[in-house]
Design a protein. Structure first.
Length: 477
């Protein structure tokens, strides 16, 4: 039995905000490491400084912390395979390149981008697969010396064995075979001396001893070349999982235009990290119990039988339901802490509320919340008295009962907090109880649905409740 400790990595590029796709990749890597008692590594692919949106990956690290995805090795955490920024690993890539040069597994390519583009266009015209034609592999020593004398820019290309057939193991597809005659020699460097994603990614995974590589299936075409480098270097191949791509509900690839594409969009809209993790873990699968915390997800996901489907539909409405279920699970103090920023942004007076007062208010509208931000609308009545007009009453309620209830409320206004006594008087007057509740809610909140009458009077206080009911009564006198 193998005693190798599983090692997985999340390797984002700090060129943009965290989106839902790479959040899911990070989550599944984390859950796998937790389930297998492995190591979760964070590695930052920051080799393109011109597009570096998040210097130092501070936002990425904050987002992972918000999702409770703790990495064992990486920036800030450290580790035996540091550094964990690709921009600081140039010397490691250079050493690995020198090894390949010594083994005669690479060659210099002097073809310009313009020339390569012309070759690709010609191949397409001839209905041939667009592949590099190995022009520079055939250069003589004299030609190479001439290029060197003129300081002609070049890239290093990996020399594939076109007779080789490579097999990799994929968690969802089993054995995948690549016939290298269908692939072309690929560049390991750029003309400025920097290293390509294909090469640096391979080197990092080898030197960090990554045993399992989870990434989107759009990277599967890269895997053949990287597997060839593994075998040429004598390094053990990792197990791969080319994860199905997330698409929107119409089946199109997710884009920035889709709500919920950005993790920050969801956070700002009042989605809980527990709900996001829960939904992203179960999406594309089938589970009897759908609402699960992190420990339950670790136990529930069967990484030995993963889906090989081509696409997974990201349904924001289903996420909204999961979020609703998670809000209902929150303890009063947890809901208060999570919701306070949303309320305070609209109602500054919330800043003066103590924790217990706000928690008590939220408990009364908790079951109506699908997002934390919904509390702003659900509690609007508390901060601003509704404007009740005769027209609104006539549109919403039964006119005959409304007038009778107005008289009933007028007689009992001094003891309005005695809801049971009010109910008894309503019954005695032959007025349907639901008409009483609808009328009082309309007077107190501007809506006929919502918290119970006793709860509303407790929330607003007796004095404020009387004032609002008096405004309703005055419409009939």
């Amino acid at each position: 039995m193998s005693t190798t400790i599983p090692r997985v990595r999340f390797a984002p590029s700090p060129t943009g905000i965290m989106h839902i796709g790479n959040s899911r990749t990070a989550l599944l890597n984390f859950l796998f490491a937790q389930q297998k008692n492995g190591v979760f590594v964070l590695r930052i692919e920051d080799t393109d400084p011109s597009r570096n949106f998040d210097p130092g990956a501070k936002i990425i690290i904050e987002d992972l912390a918000w999702l409770s995805l703790r990495f064992d090795e990486g920036p800030q955490a450290g580790g035996i395979y540091a550094p964990y920024f690709q921009s600081e690993r140039h010397h490691i890539y250079q050493e690995k390149l020198e090894e390949l040069i010594q083994k005669n597994l690479v060659y210099r390519c002097y073809c310009t981008e313009e020339l390569l583009e012309k070759k690709r266009d010609r191949q397409k015209t001839l209905k041939q697969p667009p592949r590099y034609d190995r022009t520079c592999l055939k250069l003589s020593e004299q030609e190479i010396d001439e290029y060197a004398k003129n300081n002609t820019p070049f890239v290093w290309r990996f020399k594939l064995d076109s007779d080789q057939i490579i097999e990799i193991t994929d968690l969802s597809r089993g054995i995948i075979t690549f016939d290298l005659k269908h692939f072309s020699d690929f560049p390991l460097t750029r003309s400025d001396g920097s290293f390509t994603f294909m090469f640096s990614n391979f080197v990092d995974d080898v030197t960090m001893k990554i045993t399992h590589v989870f990434r989107g299936e759009d990277h599967q075409s890269n895997t053949a070349g990287q597997a060839a480098m593994y075998l040429a270097s004598g390094a053990p191949l990792p197990i791969f999982w080319h994860m199905p791509m997330l698409c929107n509900i119409t089946g199109k690839k997710l884009s920035k235009r889709d709500f919920g594409f950005s993790l920050h969009d969801l956070r700002d809209a009042g989605y809980l990290p527990q709900a996001i993790n829960n939904y992203l873990a179960i999406i594309g699968g089938s589970y009897t119990q759908e609402i699960m915390d992190m420990d339950e997800l670790v136990q529930a996901i069967d990484f030995d039988h993963m889906s090989a489907g081509g696409q997974i539909k990201y349904d924001v409405e289903k996420l909204r339901w999961v979020n609703h279920e998670w809000i209902k699970r929150l303890a009063p103090h947890e809901l208060e802490i999570a919701t306070r920023p949303f309320l305070q942004a609209v109602y500054p007076e919330v800043g003066a509320f103590n924790d217990k007062k706000l928690a008590a208010l939220l408990q009364e509208i908790k079951t109506d919340l699908h997002t934390l931000k919904d509390a702003v609308t659900a509690l609007a009545f508390y901060f601003t008295a509704p404007e009740i007009t005769k027209a609104l009453v006539e549109q919403t309620l039964d006119a005959t009962h409304s007038k009778a209830i107005a008289h009933l409320l007028a007689d009992r206004l001094d003891t309005i907090e005695d809801v049971e006594g009010l109910k008894a008087a309503t019954k005695q007057a032959g007025i349907p109880m639901k008409q009483l509740f609808w009328t009082m809610r309309l007077a107190l909140t501007g809506q006929i649905n919502g918290p119970g009458i006793h709860e509303l009077i407790t929330m607003l206080g007796v004095a404020e409740s009387r004032n609002r009911l008096k405004a309703f009564i005055n419409l009939f006198f």
